[in-house]
Design a protein around this ligand. Structure first.
Ligand code: ZN
Ligand code: FE
Length: 260
């Protein structure tokens, strides 16, 4: 399989997963870049995967679905007018020779799901929408900090070589925040300069690797002493809150919301 990140709007990626002359797209917020890629690469659209109901992930679905008679795979607990294949965590299905496993990752929205391809070559792939970003995580709009933390821990338990296909190019601004939280993290410094070089050349910073995210992404590291100390200093957490990982995570997310 081949993964292609199609740019949409200002900073969205619509992931196109290609196998021979077939393609699957994930979160097509806009049909135009998908139609252009399908015609440029001479591909048939086999299916549409949707991680959550936001318009920047669903806006192009109807056009693509009708033009290609492509089935739509989406969350059972989010209603946005689609009823093809309504899925929940633990479900799995076959697509283009891969087994796709559904993982519940509530937090950004309450029915957000991720699609995990454990057998993909050369490494497993997860399409995680607006849950996990490189160096960051999604805003908590509908869920709770406890739910988001739990979702990120579920993703953290995937194999370290998993390719993380996020739906936005937020990496550099996430890394500025991560550096404010963990200024002494040398892995973070090295990763930041690597990503800056990619962006200077106009290349995506994605897919990210889970193994490297575990070393640099503060939202996957809220159990680490370095993060706890930094958040405690910033937010003035009480003695008991400092030892409550959900409280530390919630304060870290709030710090990011306010960070400029
Ligand atoms: Zn979203
Ligand atoms: Fe989004």
């Amino acid at each position: 399989m081949k993964l292609i990140a199609l740019s949409a709007f200002t900073d969205n990626y619509i992931w196109l997963w290609r196998q021979d002359d077939q393609a699957v797209v994930v979160d097509p917020g806009d049909a135009a870049p998908v139609l252009a890629a399908l015609s440029r690469l001479n591909l048939q659209l086999a299916a549409i995967l949707v991680t959550h109901h936001h318009a920047d992930h669903t806006g192009g679905v109807e056009i693509l679905q009708h033009q290609f008679a492509a089935p739509v795979y989406t969350s059972a607990s989010e209603d946005w007018g689609q009823d093809d294949h309504r899925l929940a965590g633990g479900d799995s299905f076959a697509l283009l020779g891969q087994t796709v496993q559904v993982i519940d990752v509530p937090g950004h929205t309450s029915g957000h799901i991720a699609f995990y391809l454990s057998e993909a070559q050369p490494a497993p792939v997860v399409f995680c929408g607006d849950t996990l970003f490189s160096g960051g995580c999604g805003r908590i709009f509908e869920g709770t900090p406890a739910q988001m933390l739990h979702s990120l821990k579920t993703l953290s338990a995937l194999p370290e070589n998993t390719q993380i296909c996020c739906a936005h190019e937020y990496t550099l601004s996430n890394l500025r925040f991560a550096t404010a939280v963990e200024p002494d993290n040398t892995d973070l410094q090295a990763y930041s300069s690597h990503c800056q070089q990619l962006r200077t050349k106009g290349k995506p910073t994605l897919p990210a690797r889970l193994g490297s995210e575990l070393r640099i992404n503060p939202f996957l590291r809220s159990h680490q002493a370095s993060i706890r100390h930094s958040v405690t200093r910033h937010a003035g957490l009480s003695e008991s809150a400092q030892h409550d990982e959900v409280a530390v995570f919630a304060a870290l997310r709030q710090w990011k919301n306010d960070f400029r």
